[in-house]
Design a binder for this molecule. Structure first.
Ligand code: SF4
Ligand code: SF4
Length: 251
C-alpha cells in the first residue's frame, strides 16, 4: 500500500496552526516518510483533488466556505479538524453573540457593503460536515499533531485526550493559579497540551474546548475553596467557549 495522500486546507483563521506544521522542522522529514502531501497552499505549488486525508484549519463564516468544505469532505476518506478555529469555532465565534451587520461595519467600515465581505455566524467544521479527528488548541501542539498523523499513517487509532488540563498540571507539579487568586479554566478544559500556560505563569484560556462531560461538581468545589463563583468561570469562558458573554460593537 502506498503512502496516504494528504491535503491541507484553510478557512477563516490566522494560519498559526499550519505554521505549527512548518515548525515541526526535522520531525517533518519523518512524517514525509509516512505520508505524501499533495496539496498545501502555504507550502506547495501542487494541487490535487485526490487525497485520503484532509487536514482542515479554520472555521466556516461564509456560504461559499460551506460549499467548499462539503466538497473537501466528499473527496477525503478522513477529515481532521486542525486547531481551535476548526474544532470549536475558536475566537472567530466571539462575533456570534452580535448582529452580523454591526460586526461587518465595525471591521470593514465604509467598505462593509462590498459583497465579498459578507459574513455569517461562525461554525466549527463539525457543525457542517462529519469530522473524524480533532487536533485541539490555539495553536495546536506540534507533538500532538505529529502523533495523530503518525498514528493514522500506520493505521492506528489516534488517542485524543479526554481529561482536564489539571491532570497535566499536577503531573508537572505546577502550583495552581487559584493559589495566586486567579481564575483558570483548566478544571473544565480538555488536556493534551501538557499544561504550558499555567507552567508559564498564566491561566488556561480553554482553547482546547471543554472536556467531554466536564466534572461540574469538582469545578464547583474549586470555586468554593478559593472564594470564586461560576460567573467568574463563565467570564473566562467567553474567549473560546461561551461567546454569549461578550459586549458587541455598535455601528
Ligand atoms: S486555532 Fe489559533 S493559532 Fe490556529 S488558526 Fe485558529 S487562531 Fe490561529
Ligand atoms: S486550575 Fe489551572 S492552574 Fe490549577 S491545576 Fe488546573 S489547570 Fe493547573
Amino acid at each position: 500500500m502506498g503512502k496516504p495522500r494528504v491535503a491541507i486546507f484553510d478557512f477563516a483563521c490566522c494560519e498559526g496552526c499550519q505554521l505549527q506544521i512548518v515548525n515541526l522542522e526535522e520531525d517533518i522529514l519523518g512524517l514525509l516518510g509516512l505520508v505524501q502531501p499533495v496539496e498545501w497552499r502555504e507550502a506547495l505549488s501542487d494541487r490535487s483533488d485526490e487525497y485520503d486525508i484532509a487536514i482542515v484549519e479554520g472555521s466556516i463564516t461564509r456560504a461559499e466556505d460551506e460549499e467548499r468544505l462539503r466538497g473537501i469532505r466528499k473527496r477525503a476518506k478522513l477529515l481532521i479538524a486542525l486547531g481551535a478555529c476548526a474544532t470549536i469555532g475558536g475566537v472567530n465565534k466571539l462575533k456570534n453573540a452580535c448582529d452580523m451587520e454591526d460586526v461587518r461595519r465595525y471591521v470593514y467600515g465604509r467598505a462593509a457593503a462590498m459583497p465579498h465581505l459578507a459574513t455569517e455566524p461562525t461554525r466549527a467544521l463539525d457543525e457542517v460536515v462529519k469530522v473524524d479527528y480533532k487536533i485541539h488548541g490555539c495553536p495546536v501542539s506540534r507533538r500532538e499533531l505529529g502523533a495523530v498523523v503518525r498514528s493514522l499513517a500506520m493505521g492506528v487509532e489516534p488517542v485524543i485526550p479526554n481529561y482536564p488540563v489539571c491532570v497535566e498540571c499536577k503531573l508537572r507539579e505546577t502550583v495552581c493559579r487559584y493559589e495566586y487568586n486567579e481564575v483558570c479554566l483548566g478544571v473544565v478544559t480538555r488536556g493534551g497540551c501538557n499544561a504550558p500556560c499555567p507552567a508559564g505563569g498564566g491561566w488556561c484560556y480553554g482553547c482546547r474546548g471543554l472536556v467531554d462531560d466536564p466534572n461540574v461538581n469538582a469545578a464547583r468545589d474549586v470555586m468554593d475553596k478559593y472564594g470564586r463563583t461560576p460567573a467568574d468561570l463563565q467570564r473566562r469562558l467567553a474567549l473560546f467557549n461561551s461567546p454569549g458573554a461578550v459586549s458587541c460593537p455598535k455601528s
